[in-house]
Design a protein around this ligand. Structure first.
Ligand code: EPU
Length: 337
């Protein structure tokens, strides 16, 4: 375990922001992680996974611990289901492809989401009608304060839309080291209700739908709309889709009858932030190297050398414009640090 000093984080965050860590260490096992957490080199510890859901606006004055613990293991299986464990440092999409290659179903709708397995529960990643919580059994984590290990069941995690206990009450307190999933070997529960998926399956001329086909459709859709962080720095959806009360929605809809929406419950409605941002005139706009993606207004992009502060200024301007035009607050989905 080698601790580096004044280490550039440019290749460790998908926005490609060139801030510096005061100290940096990559850990390959749970015991190395505990050792790093106990290190006296700096009182503050900063945990980094795939760096796909954060906007770094300043240098990180801490020991940055890069969780690079790898491994995938089948825990148990029967005729119809399999329980599989993946360590936190596994790349999420590669893990999804691995499960599909085994013929297992469950994670196909979550294909091509950037980031690592260990950070997926923090924001309960979700796409096309499936969220991580629907497939997770439990996760293991190590306490930052004293290195003790704890298992969290799905209900312990207090999952919500892009939300969990790890973003709230336990923020910064635990490092997730492994996640256990229950997947299907037969009788897969397929989610094809999103129009974009149905259209893509039709384009691909798929009739007998298997999980792999849904994954291929999701990959094609995401490639059309979402930029590849290797080519254009970004962090996926930058904002959450706002959820407003039915009463507020009724007023909104009278003014903007063309707006897309989804009913969340009898009392709440979700409005796509991408639509609001596009209507506010930001889609495809560029301010220096900080910009809004041309195919999906919910995604902020770094065209090269944008700083975290420039991207954050853009985000604040977008929030203010959406608030002024629609009276709706949009909040970041990514962690702004
Ligand atoms: N829209 C626009 N303009 C835009 C973008 C979207 O008008 O620039 C409208 C579309 O017309 C559509 C609606 O907004 O009617 C929804 O768009 P889309 O299907 O692309 O989904 P989204 O709500 O923008 C969410 C997730 C994505 C996830 C997709 C598919 C959030 C914050 N984002 O996006 O997640 O892939 O649904 O399920 O919930 C991510 O979290 O990083 C992410 C990409």
């Amino acid at each position: 375990m080698q601790i580096e000093e004044h280490y550039s984080l440019r290749n460790h965050n998908t926005f490609g922001i060139a801030v510096e860590a005061r100290f940096f260490v990559s850990v390959n096992s749970v015991s190395e992680l505990k050792e790093a957490l106990a290190s006296p080199i700096h009182p503050k510890k900063f945990i980094l996974g795939g760096g796909s859901n954060m906007l770094l606006t300043q240098d990180v004055d801490a020991l940055v611990i890069h969780v690079n613990i790898r491994g995938i293991e089948t825990c148990s299986e029967d005729e119809t289901t399999v329980t599989v464990k993946a360590m936190a440092g596994e790349n999420w999409h590669e893990f999804v492809l691995y499960t599909l290659d085994q013929g297992w179903g469950g994670l196909e709708n979550l294909s091509l989401i950037p980031g690592n397995v260990g950070t997926a529960p923090i924001q309960n990643i979700g796409a096309y009608g499936v969220e991580l919580k629907d497939r997770m059994v439990s996760c293991n984590a190590v306490a930052v304060i004293d290195g003790t290990e704890r298992e969290f069941s799905v209900s312990d995690c207090e999952f919500g839309y892009r939300n969990s206990i790890f973003k709230n009450r336990l923020k910064g307190r635990y490092v997730i080291t492994e996640v256990v999933f229950r997947l299907t070997k037969t009788a897969h529960e397929l989610h094809t209700e999103y129009g974009a998926i149905r259209e893509q399956l039709a384009t691909n001329k798929v009739s007998n739908i298997a999980p792999k086909h849904i994954s291929e459709a999701v990959i094609a859709i995401r490639r059309q709309k979402l930029p590849d962080p290797k080519e254009l720095g970004n962090s996926g959806s930058f904002f959450k889709n706002p959820v407003i009360s039915k009463a507020a929605f009724d007023r909104f809809q009278r003014l903007f009858p063309e707006a897309p929406y989804y009913n969340v419950s009898d009392t709440e409605v979700k409005i796509p932030a991408g639509w609001l941002i596009e209507q506010a005139g930001f889609k495809g706009k560029r301010f220096g190297d900080a910009g809004v993606h041309k195919h999906q207004a919910l995604v902020l992009v770094n065209h090269g050398n944008a700083t975290g502060e420039q991207l954050w200024t853009l985000a604040e301007n977008i929030q203010a414009a959406v608030k002024e035009q629609f009276g709706i607050e949009i909040v970041p989905e990514v962690n702004v640090l």
